[in-house]
Write a protein that binds this ligand. Structure first.
Ligand SMILES: Nc1nc2c(c(=O)[nH]1)N[C@H]1C(S)=C(S)[C@@H](COP(=O)(O)OP(=O)(O)OC[C@H]3O[C@@H](n4cnc5c(=O)[nH]c(N)nc54)[C@H](O)[C@@H]3O)O[C@H]1N2
Ligand SMILES: Nc1nc2c(c(=O)[nH]1)N[C@H]1C(S)=C(S)[C@@H](COP(=O)(O)OP(=O)(O)OC[C@H]3O[C@@H](n4cnc5c(=O)[nH]c(N)nc54)[C@H](O)[C@@H]3O)O[C@H]1N2
Ligand code: SF4
Ligand SMILES: [Mo]
Length: 747
């Protein structure tokens, strides 16, 4: 075996650790951490070692597929597929308008160039409604950021490397990461007696087991717990008074709303000892620095948007904003939201759109409703909504109700099997790729990765797929293609000037810029790197948005174009990743976008919900006595990037249902036994794992299981066969995947 080593990134979670990829012919034979990656510095977790299951998965596609009337698929050649997909989309546009073409996806955990290239195709078609998985997790938090800091893009980064106190709310970073070198920093926090690790989670997770303080909240009880923590800060006057006076508005109103909270009563409702809550609040208040990270445990549970607000009050009231070890607003290489062309306001069915993204739980209604402007066609890119959105049955029904649909994926997925056409993409190791998960502070990293393998026969990189669709739709007519191609032969500076001139003459060109860049920039790029054209353009925007940050990172020049070209050059040349922006802590304040640059402590729209907490308790349902967390991150889960169930070890192999010893005894369940889980929406069989990490009444199933593989029956439970789309946050529309009412019975 002769191993050849390449540099790249792991594509299994948003952290995208730098890796060394050892190839043996067409196989990924070895994976090691890459010490040269500026953020991961050689760190990887156990999941990355199996990347060959992605690269050479048996469900990988090698030809475009067309659905036959009987629901089976036939392979068609690319010319036929492109012509028919373009015609199918154009027909829907001509009959119902481009706005009836809905777009979902745009990149998974490791690949975001598809979303950038897809923008031109969508703009050409007049498609404006879009969404992706962020609208089933982060949109509530983004909305809260917008209320507190002025704009939803004022997203904060934690600094667990330096924080004296680290707080995790519904987040298990030991398994799910969410920041670089998670296990290293968790262990350091855990070991150091001068630092405190606080975990708010109903399960004694791997992270909670390292914690100094585990607030083992009742599932769905976070609003009362976080409210009680805030109330202790207010009542005991543990707040940073100078910070509040100088940097914020609304403090007195906040005291009016939360000053009267009965901490004992709210602790009881949250299921946590009130002394423990008081002590935790005092620890947070006394610390030199505090970082807080919330994730799916609250974002996919009742009161999720409200919880995001209360969670942020913990670091704001204690002045842990714009400081080392605290929370800071980071720069970004590109935006993760819906983008400039995305619809704002409400959907055709009247649902709220947050950060340009249609709420995931509303999608089936937007298709199946009988309202004016309902979605008639769908473009799905690098995502598997039939599996990953709430209520899979309804999503399948919605996909079938469409006039036309196309899925672009590397594998024949659950969603692909409902589509009119499936277009096979080259894998993330067969093309230039990068992600826009550039969410770090004070050093922010961009990692442009060159291909490791040639493009698999029969597949195409998305830049090429979209370019062909764009051409088939007549998009290049009237565009200054020849002029720009000529400019590209003169180098990148000349190309940049020519491009700016062209856009100056016709601002409409910006909407289709990705297609135009890809078609014309070739001579200004290294051989075979045409798909990086859009990265070059994004570097331009980045240089204009964050000139000081880029200068501190060493990218300087008389004009933004030169700064961007220098950055892009470095990205092309360095397959280990590049620090593109370096910040000082004051930068956070310059990024606050309220008119007076003060933080708003109160969110008026959430006050009615906040006030209900005084009279209510976490809900109960005697018909469904369990709260099921449907979709827990475990050592052997990685969304649906590995479809082959063989990679899962031990009980995880079957995607076990975890229940507490007390519940197991009551139900007569033994470890390894079969149980039936029933919700109002569906029912499934699962293997039981008795685990003393759970509270009584709480059960959990992993995410990413229940996929069919290479024709074999699905292994494990597909969590969204059990969830219902109406169970969602009233404001952001985000799902309650972690809070599914269930019945469990021995079989
Ligand atoms: N191993 C692995 N890592 C991953 C992924 C993966 O598939 N596998 N996926 C990636 C993705 S896309 C994401 S979004 C992240 C998600 O990362 P996390 O949010 O950390 O993942 P989860 O395990 O879904 O949920 C976190 C915790 O919420 C807790 N929880 C459940 N109910 C409640 C509740 O009512 N209150 C509170 N406070 N906590 C509750 C659960 O016990 C769990 O420990 O992980 C990323 N990393
Ligand atoms: N019940 C429940 N549901 C959940 C969750 C939960 O906790 N519980 N978690 C939610 C969360 S946080 C998330 S992020 C979503 C994730 O769910 P999805 O948004 O569906 O994302 P993935 O599972 O990562 O699927 C990525 C898809 O991209 C394809 N792919 C991989 N590489 C490429 C490529 O280079 N090009 C193309 N075109 N395709 C490629 C893969 O084959 C796969 O089909 O699931 C959500 N759903
Ligand atoms: S799955 Fe593990 S190795 Fe891969 S990016 Fe995430 S933390 Fe890194
Ligand atoms: Mo996610």
């Amino acid at each position: 075996m002769t191993i050849q080593w390449h540099q790249g990134a792991c594509i299994l979670c948003s952290i995208n650790c730098g890796i060394r990829i050892g190839t043996d012919g067409p196989r990924i034979a070895k994976v090691k951490g890459d010490r040269e990656h500026p953020a991961s510095q050689g760190y990887i977790c156990e999941k990355a070692t199996q990347l060959d299951r992605y690269q050479n998965g048996r469900d990988r596609l090698s030809s475009p597929m067309r659905r036959r009337p009987d629901g089976t698929y036939e392979a068609v050649d690319w010319d036929t597929a492109i012509a028919e997909v373009a015609a199918g989309l154009a027909a829907v546009r001509d009959e119902h308008g481009g706005e009836s073409i809905f777009h979902y996806g745009g990149g998974a955990q490791g690949n975001h160039l598809i979303g950038a290239y897809g923008r031109a195709t969508r703009a050409l078609l007049g498609s404006r409604y879009t969404s992706n998985a962020l609208a089933q997790e982060k949109t509530g938090e983004f909305w809260v950021d917008g209320q507190l800091f002025g704009k939803a893009r004022c997203h904060t980064a934690p600094d667990f490397e330096h924080a004296e106190v680290a707080v995790f709310v519904g987040k298990n970073p030991y398994q799910s990461h969410g920041f670089h070198q998670a296990r290293v920093h968790l262990r350091a926090l855990s070991k150091d007696p001068a630092r405190t690790l606080i975990v708010i989670d109903p399960r004694r997770t791997e992270t909670a087991q390292l914690a100094d303080v585990h607030l083992q909240v009742k599932p769905g009880g976070d609003a009362w717990l976080l409210g009680a923590l805030v109330a202790v800060l207010l009542k005991e006057e543990l707040v940073a008074s100078d910070f509040i006076a100088e940097r914020t508005v609304g403090f007195d109103d906040l005291v009016t709303e939360l000053g009267s909270v009965d901490v004992d009563d709210w602790s009881r409702k949250a299921g946590v000892d009130s002394d423990q809550i008081r002590a935790a609040a005092r620890t947070i208040a006394a610390a030199a620095s505090v970082s807080v990270l919330e994730d799916l445990g609250t974002q996919q549970a009742p009161h999720s948007t409200l919880n995001s607000w209360l969670e942020k009050l913990l670091f704001l009231l204690t002045g842990n904003f714009g400081v080392r070890g605290g929370m800071n607003i980071h720069s970004r290489f590109a935006s993760l939201g819906g983008g400039k062309g995305a619809a704002r306001g409400t959907t055709p069915a009247g649902n709220r759109i947050v950060t340009g993204l249609v709420a995931c739980n509303d999608i089936a209604d937007e298709i199946l409703g009988d309202h004016e402007g309902r979605f008639r066609a769908m473009i799905v890119e690098s995502t598997n909504p039939v599996h990953s959105l709430a209520d899979s049955q309804r999503m399948r029904q919605a996909m079938r109700a469409l006039d036309f649909s196309v899925v672009i994926d590397v594998a024949m997925t659950e969603t692909a099997r409902e589509a009119s056409y499936v277009l096979p993409a080259a894998s993330q190791y067969e093309k230039w790729e990068m992600t826009f998960f550039n969410l770090e502070f004070p050093h922010n990293v961009a990692h442009l990765r060159p291909p490791v393998f040639p493009v698999r026969e029969g597949t195409l990189p998305e830049a090429e797929i979209h370019s062909r669709l764009f051409e088939a739709l007549g998009g290049f007519e009237g565009l200054p293609v020849d002029d720009l191609r000529a400019a590209a032969t003169q180098g990148r500076d000349a190309y940049a000037m020519a491009f700016m001139m062209a856009v100056g003459n016709n601002p409409q060109l910006m909407k289709v810029a990705p297609a135009l860049l890809y078609a014309t920039m070739g001579d200004a790029l290294p051989e075979g790197a045409e798909a990086t054209a859009v990265v070059w353009a994004l570097a331009q925007t980045c240089a204009m948005s964050f000139p000081d940050s880029l200068a501190r990172a060493g990218f300087e020049g008389a004009m933004p174009i030169m700064v961007a070209n220098a950055l892009f050059e470095k990205m092309l040349a360095d397959p280990a990743g590049v620090v593109f922006s370096v910040d000082d802590y004051d930068e956070t304040w310059r990024r606050v976008e309220t008119p007076d640059q003060r933080v708003r402590l109160v969110i008026p729209e959430l006050l009615p919900e906040l006030r209900t907490l005084f009279e209510t308790e976490p809900s109960k349902d005697d018909a469904y006595p369990f709260v099921l967390a449907a979709g827990e991150r475990r050592s052997s889960t990685a969304n649906t990037l590995y479809r082959d169930p063989e990679w899962r070890r031990g009980r995880d192999h079957e995607g076990a249902l975890r229940v507490s010893p007390g519940d197991a005894a009551r139900l007569g369940l033994e470890d390894g036994a079969q149980a039936r889980v029933t919700t109002k929406r569906g029912s499934a069989l699962a293997v039981v794992e008795v685990s003393d990490t759970l509270r009584d009444g709480h059960a959990s199933l992993p995410n990413g299981t229940g996929l069919s593989y290479a024709g074999a029956p699905a292994a494990g439970v597909a969590p969204n066969e059990l969830t219902a789309s109406e169970d969602k946050d009233w404001l952001a529309g985000t799902p309650w995947h972690k809070h599914v009412r269930a019945r469990i019975e021995a079989l």
